[in-house]
Design a protein around this ligand. Structure first.
Ligand code: ASP
Ligand code: MG
Length: 419
């Protein structure tokens, strides 16, 4: 098999960890597989580099920021290549540009446009083990980075471009869980989850995979496995999936702390408040999440929406600027909120899931401030002090028992325990 293995920051956090990763890569190579490795920067290196830059300038030049941040992964790639060589393998590091990862001309959050695979292919043909720096690429002559957590995306892009059979994401947890085990002790590791469910989970706050990596995996049909580099446990398979998840209505519970609600009250109806408010916020780069519009009186409209708590002040400033164009009556901000979401492809065919969620929260006397839904998720905004309890009660109601296994558990283990 051709396998792309990606190791995250904790997995390569020290020399001992890099040696352990090299052992794991060697084991796969010695079992006859062709391996390409993608690495993150060691431990908290990227945070530390950000801190250094900000000590010079609170808004550092974006080109130089990318030049700086890309060095973290170069360190771990070179060290891992050395550790592979010590084991008799021809490890060879590749920076983003050496690996042909071409991005758009954007700093700090560039999207990959192309992976020119010649260099990696000839390295593989020569029997080498390429070790590619995650999180970075090149645009013209300039180094770009893909945004925090972007090494997952690099791994999926490389796997897609090389038509790898499998892309393994090694991290410090042994898979994707029904919810965060730090909040619910009885959270269970999922054997399998669909791309769509994983994408919702990742977007709704589950940290285990970067949403863009999942998006690309779905687009290019890359089979993903999330597993731990600290154990030999089988991980969670992320695939297109069919059948299996119909046996469960809810697959997982995701949550996000530190949410704020902003309400713009009394917008004259003829002023197209929604278009103006959200157009204006978008132009200024404020990310808005749940949106609710209500018609309180015939003449005016109230609009409320959520943002990350840390964006509250900036959002209020932007809305204040808008006052001259939109004669609203008042703005109210509420902090200390959180979002809890249930996710599951089975919702499409099982009505009444939202109703059940609301009644579980009502029984726990947890009041719901806002709701948003998609085909496969329901999110509620609640008080952040009640978040843990909300997650626990929802887990108890929807996920306490392991679902019956419909099919494929054999097929799954064949796919992800190749060693
Ligand atoms: N090192 C980068 C970060 O910390 C990229 C990654 O780890 O995925 O965000
Ligand atoms: Mg990560």
């Amino acid at each position: 098999m051709r396998i792309v293995q990606k190791y995250g920051g904790t997995s390569v956090g020290s020399i001992e960890r890099i040696e352990a990763v090299a052992d794991r890569v060697a084991k796969a190579c010695n079992a006859g597989h062709q391996c390409v490795v993608v690495v993150s920067a060691m431990g908290h290196t990227t945070d530390e580099l950000v801190r250094l830059a900000r000590a010079i300038d609170s808004v550092p030049d974006s080109r130089e920021m990318d030049a700086l941040l890309s060095t973290g992964e170069q360190v771990s790639a070179a060290l891992l290549a050395m550790a592979l060589q010590k084991r008799g393998l021809s490890g060879r590091s590749f920076t983003g540009w050496q690996a042909g990862i071409v991005t758009e001309q954007v700093h700090g959050s560039a999207r990959i446009e192309d992976v020119k695979t010649e260099a990696l292919r000839s390295s593989l043909a020569a029997g080498e083990v390429p070790v590619v720096t995650g999180f970075q690429g090149i645009s013209g002559e300039t180094v770009t980075t893909l945004g925090r957590g972007g090494s997952d995306t690099t791994a999926v892009a490389v796997a897609a471009a090389l038509h790898a059979d499998l892309c393994e994401i090694y991290t410090d947890v042994d898979g994707v869980y029904t919810t965060d085990p730090r909040v619910v002790a009885g959270a269970r590791k999922l054997e399998r989850i669909s791309y769509d469910e994983m994408l919702e989970m990742a977007n709704l706050g589950a940290q285990v995979l970067h949403p863009r990596a999942v998006e690309n995996a779905k687009l290019f049909e890359v089979s993903l496995v999330v597993r731990s580099s600290f154990s030999d446990e089988e991980g969670t398979l992320v695939v297109e999936s069919a059948g299996y998840e119909q046996h469960r209505v809810v697959t997982g519970i995701a949550f996000e702390r530190e949410v704020a609600r902003i309400a713009v009250l009394g917008i004259p109806r003829e002023q197209h408040g929604l278009a103006k408010v959200f157009g204006y916020l978008a132009e200024r780069g404020v990310n808005v999440d749940v949106i609710v519009q209500s018609l309180v009186q015939a003449e005016t409209v109230d609009v409320s929406f959520t943002v990350k708590e840390e964006d509250t002040a900036r959002t209020l400033r932007v809305l204040d600027e808008l006052r001259s164009q939109l004669s609203y009556q008042e703005i109210v901000a509420e902090q200390g909120l959180a979002k809890v979401s249930i996710v599951g492809a089975g919702m499409i065919s099982n009505p009444g899931v939202a109703a059940r969620m609301f009644s579980v929260l009502a029984e726990g006397e947890i009041s719901i401030k806002m709701v948003s839904t998609s085909e496969i998720k329901v999110s509620c905004i609640v008080d952040s002090q009640e978040l843990d309890r909300a997650v626990q009660q929802l887990h108890e109601a929807f996920l306490a028992e392991a679902p019956e296994k419909g099919v494929t558990s054999k097929e799954v283990s064949v796919t992800h325990s190749y060693l």
